[in-house]
Write a protein that binds this ligand. Structure first.
Ligand code: ASP
Length: 347
């Protein structure tokens, strides 16, 4: 592997680069010059940084699958010119972007680190500087034999490096905005970096990275709650063109045993939609064998989401739907880990 000692910084927007609109007092994304003005340290840091910015910069609520495709194209074009990539992104949808990118870069052999901040970089108490500087260092961190320390799509925030497709935004206020509840951290960044090497994925360095730019977003998230009405559930589950449903169930993957729900789910599956069972719990996994209220779902053709986050399940469906027409093939791949997003117990 040829080292370049260079990192590409991609600025998409988010709080880190925002300033107050004098008219409304609300935070709005500003261009990269505003951010760079507040980080004189750019001049001093190693490695060298090149930058690319979204024009205009966006609040991450406005991110789309098409934008994810653009990011994949951008990185692919410059893949061999950089040791790693840092993406500055709003926190609101960062876990979705990180999950999507983890599937779209097959056999990723370089670090892609997403970060942002809770306070704009222009404010005195900003968390943006530390998040940014540490992410750049992590993107450029290599073993002495030339392999990158973290050849994964990651989220870095507040001292923790997380697998991107395991991360979730957990707090809208504290600096500790992200965690990965079902997977250990990849590195702790304190005074020193402590890499947890056994948690970090290793690609096949003899094979090239394979980019995928297409996603199919005919997907929905259907969350259960006591009192869910048949008429409304039918409207959602029978939406024309719908190919993937992430059903947010209770506990270890349980749902009410009402015959209309079982029938609706069975019909959706028979009509070619892939229904994935993901728990509403923030941690733990789906086990449909555990209770009768989960077991019946297996008979309705539903696949387990294991210990997936909603963000990973939604984007995995988008990725697989763009790859395959056959719902059975999609179901088969939902039962496998593509980029470390689920834990499959080996027996
Ligand atoms: N609304 C902002 C965004 O996601 C929040 C943030 O960056 O923290 O773009």
């Amino acid at each position: 592997m040829n080292r370049t000692n260079k990192v590409l910084l991609i600025y998409t927007g988010g709080t880190i680069g925002m300033g107050c609109d004098p008219r409304t007092g609300a935070l709005e994304p500003l261009d990269f010059n505003h951010l760079a003005k507040n980080v004189p340290e750019f001049e001093q840091i190693q490695p060298d940084i090149d930058t690319f910015q979204f024009v205009p910069a966006i609040d991450s609520s406005d991110i789309t699958p098409a934008r994810w495709g653009e990011i994949v194209k951008l990185i692919t074009k410059r893949y061999y010119n950089y040791d790693g990539f840092v993406i500055l992104h709003g926190t609101d949808t960062m876990a979705y972007t990180a999950s999507a990118l983890s599937f779209m870069f097959e056999n990723l052999t370089k670090p892609i680190i997403l970060t942002g901040s809770q306070l704009p970089i222009g404010q005195l108490r900003t968390d943006g500087k530390e998040n940014l500087m540490t992410s750049i260092e992590l993107a450029a961190a290599y073993h002495s034999d030339g392999r990158p320390m973290v050849p994964e799509v990651c989220v870095y925030f507040n001292g923790h490096l997380l697998r991107g497709n395991r991360s979730t935004k957990q707090n809208a206020e504290e600096f500790n905005a992200f965690d990965s509840f079902n997977y250990p951290h990849l590195c702790e960044a304190g005074v020193n970096f402590t890499f947890k090497e056994h948690n970090i994925m290793q690609p096949d360095y003899k094979r090239p990275m394979v980019p995928h730019t297409k996603l199919d977003s005919n997907v929905t998230v259907f969350s259960l709650f006591p009192g869910v009405e048949e008429r409304i559930a039918r409207h959602i589950l029978e939406a024309p063109g719908l190919r993937g449903i992430v059903m947010r169930t209770y506990g270890s993957g349980n749902a009410p045993q009402s015959s209309w729900l079982t029938r609706l789910l069975k019909e959706a599956s028979e009509n070619g939609a892939v229904v994935v069972n993901v728990s509403q719990c923030i941690s733990g996994k789906v086990e449909m064998n555990r209770y009768g209220a989960g077991y019946q779902l297996k008979d309705s053709g539903i696949v387990s989401g294991y210990d997936s986050t909603v963000e990973a399940a939604v984007t995995k469906l988008m990725y697989l739907q763009a790859q395959f027409n056959d719902p059975n093939l999609i179901r088969k791949h939902m039962n496998r880990s593509i980029a470390g997003e689920i834990t499959i117990d080996e027996f």
